[in-house]
Design a binder for this molecule. Sequence first.
Ligand SMILES: Cc1ncc(COP(=O)(O)O)c(C=O)c1O
Length: 397
Amino acid sequence: MSESLAHEAAALDAADELAGLRKLFALDDGVYLDGNSLGALPAHVPARVADVVQRQWGELRIRSWGESGWWTAPERIGDRIAPLVGAAPGQIVVGDSTSVNVFKAVVGAVRLCDDPARTDIVVDATTFPTDGYIAESAARMTGRRLVPVAPADLPSALGPTTAAVLVNHVDYRTGRLHDLPALTAAVHEAGALVVWDLCHSAGALPVGLDANGVDLAVGCTYKYLNGGPGSPAYLYVAERHQPAFDSPLPGWTSHADPFAMTREFTAADGALRGRVGTPDILSMLALEAALEVWDGVGIEAVRAKSLALTDFFLKCVAAYVPEGRVTSLTPEDHAARGSQVALRCEEAPAVMEKLIARGVVGDLRRPDVLRFGFTPLYVGFGDAERAAATLAEILEA
Ligand SMILES: Cc1ncc(COP(=O)(O)O)c(C=O)c1O
């Protein structure tokens, strides 16, 4: 479309220190901008999963719970995710879905707060729906009131009646990044606990859970962590809260001595309290293998590339797309931007269909939002330019 932007993309790709990581993924010549929904497959994962199925399950069978490290996978993989979200080891367990972990975290936060005068669970009014549904149920179960508040209005909505606050770190629709350090401090100032949903930030930008004194957090692993469809989620419980963390789902695998098979529940120490039942080993070990692409990769470098990619994509869209056909919902300000660009477009459903037919895969949030996710491990500047050029051609046609 424009020689100069194509040249600029080529120069940016040539200077990109993460460019070599793309070959670790099973990708074709298309442009894959949906890693904020389902991350691409790391190319070595199928052989590892085949080994888990054929050798660990097929040959070792029950012995694999010990010999293949199945039993300890939830906490071991939690420790592998920990540095990506700024957590010291021993605070994250992997397992269950994000939805289930939201439930554990919100009820757990209200129980940790342990103050009947704190009657409110505050929830991000713009949240991904599952968090809102579960927070509402958690409020009913704990005898609290659900108070939906837009993240920008949170500081003024908090007070002596706030028990717990559930916020999305990055808005799934607009790509807006909320100020985790400031909001965490505001929640603490009000004497409440905060639960962060990291689905759209983990693996895309530094989170700083420990450094910011976050209480609890949850996240999925199938987006920027490339764990595969339905791969297990995780729960972070800050070390200082672990002794009092009272999970609403105390299953046998979070028992201090699971094989004692006692009638009474005695919670295990540490992050293991977040476990529930038998871990879903096939998905979990696919995730563990997938996380190897992060070996030697710093999240700061990933963040720098993510911002450069989204800046460049917005620049190409501004240069190529006819005036007025799309409006960006994604903040210009880097401090408020996640790793996706959301464009409002009147004909969004038909446009996304045509983009996908032409090899540019993003997704749609009804009625009129085109979403483009930028996963710095495998998306390049040439991809950003091609996506913008294809979008412009479709809108011009
Ligand atoms: C912010 C957020 N929370 C939760 C979920 C989904 O949770 P689950 O993994 O339980 O489907 C998503 C899915 O895209 C999400 O974006």
